[in-house]
Design a protein around this ligand. Structure first.
Ligand code: PGA
Length: 240
C-alpha cells in the first residue's frame, strides 16, 4: 500500500523534525515491508528532506513541475530534471488545486511525459468537481482526464493514479465506501495495470472504513500528513 504525504504550501526547515517519529515508527512496525511511503513537501524542502531520509525506505517527491525538459526562461518554474537533481523520485501532476489555476489536460499530458523522460515517477491526479458529480457525469470526466492526460503514454509501471474527488479535498466529506469501490474499479478497468490510490480528507477516523475499499492501492493524504501522529495512525489502522 502507498501512503503519499502531500504537504502542499506548508512547512519550513523545522517541519523536518517530525520525520523522526515516522522513521522510529517504521523501524518497529511489523508490516513495514508492505508499506511504501512518499513525502511530497514544498520544493524548498526537497533537498534537505531527501538528505534526512537517505538511508530510509521513505522516498521524496515534488508537487508539480514545468513541462520543459530543458532549462529555459520560465521565471518561477522548476523542470523535472531539476527536481531529480535535488533528490525527488516522484512528482504529483494534475492536482485539482493546479487544474483550478488553469492547468489543462493537454498541459498535464506534457508534464507527465517530461517527468517520465527525466526518470521521475508520476502521481497523476484525477477527480470530478461537485457540480460534475451532481450532473452525474463523474465517469465521463474521469475518462476524459485519463484519456487526455495519459495520451500516447504507455508506462503503467511509473505512473500511479490518484483519484481525488475535488469536493472531498480538505472538506472532511468522503464518499460512501461502496460508491468509492465502484469508482476505483471503474478507473482500474479503464487503465489496466495502473495502481490506483484515493485522496480527499483521509484521516485516522475514516481510514477504518476507507481501507476496505475494493482494489485500493493506497492513499494520498494532505492535511493529516502534516501531523506525523495522524499520518502514523493512518498507516497503522490500514493494517489493523
Ligand atoms: P486533504 O488533501 O487530505 O487535505 O483533503 C488531499 C490532497 O489534496 O491531495
Amino acid at each position: 500500500m502507498y501512503f503519499i504525504a502531500n504537504w502542499k504550501m506548508f512547512g519550513g526547515l523545522n517541519s523536518l523534525n517530525s520525520l523522526h517519529k515516522v522513521l522510529k515508527f517504521l523501524k518497529g512496525f511489523k508490516k513495514n515491508k508492505f508499506v511504501k511511503i512518499i513525502y511530497c513537501p514544498p520544493s524548498t524542502l526537497i533537498r534537505p528532506m531527501s538528505k534526512k531520509l537517505k538511508n530510509s525506505q521513505i522516498k521524496v517527491g515534488a508537487q508539480n513541475c514545468h513541462e520543459n525538459e530543458t532549462y529555459g526562461a520560465f521565471t518561477g518554474s522548476i523542470n523535472p530534471k531539476m527536481l531529480k537533481d535535488v533528490g525527488a523520485k516522484y512528482v504529483i501532476i494534475g492536482h485539482s488545486e493546479n487544474r483550478k489555476l488553469g492547468e489543462t489536460n493537454k498541459l498535464i499530458n506534457a508534464k507527465i511525459r517530461s517527468a517520465l523522460k527525466s526518470d521521475l515517477k508520476v502521481i497523476f491526479c484525477i477527480g470530478e468537481t461537485l457540480q460534475e458529480k451532481r450532473k452525474k457525469i463523474t465517469k465521463k470526466i474521469l475518462r476524459q482526464q485519463m484519456k487526455l492526460g495519459l495520451r500516447k503514454i504507455n508506462n503503467s509501471k511509473n505512473i500511479i493514479i490518484a483519484y481525488e474527488p475535488v469536493w472531498s479535498i480538505g472538506t472532511g466529506l468522503i464518499q460512501k465506501s461502496s460508491e468509492l469501490s465502484k469508482t476505483i474499479t471503474f478507473i482500474k478497468k479503464e487503465n489496466k495495470k495502473y495502481k490506483v490510490l484515493y485522496g480527499g480528507s483521509v484521516n485516522p477516523k475514516n481510514i477504518n472504513e476507507l481501507r476496505f475499499v475494493d482494489n485500493i492501492d493506497g492513499f494520498l493524504i494532505g492535511g493529516a500528513s502534516q501531523d506525523s501522529k495522524k499520518f502514523i495512525d493512518i498507516i497503522k489502522k490500514t493494517y489493523n
